[in-house]
Design a protein around this ligand. Structure first.
Ligand SMILES: [Zn+2]
Length: 77
């Protein structure tokens, strides 16, 4: 089985939170969550909401992956 294709966009300036379920790692079900973007997996799409701590963790992961990709590009040139 192959991993589903997933796209995710995070707004540069998060809007106002709502109380709801965090879709990421913490398991919070009634916490302040911010709109994190659209997620599409195959033909299904939904809005992703996440708490501040999980969004910060996600941002660190994205920056680390981007830094690694940049280092790989520099080594290849
Ligand atoms: Zn969370």
């Amino acid at each position: 089985m192959t991993a589903p294709a997933m796209t995710l966009g995070i707004p540069a300036e998060p809007g106002q939170p709502v109380t709801g379920m965090c879709w990421l790692w913490c398991g919070g079900t009634a916490v302040p969550v911010w709109w994190a973007g659209h997620v599409r997996i195959g033909a299904a799409a939904a809005g992703l909401w996440a708490c501040q701590g999980c969004l910060q963790h996600l941002a660190r992961m994205v920056r680390a992956a981007d830094d690694a990709a940049e280092r790989a590009r520099r080594l290849a040139t």
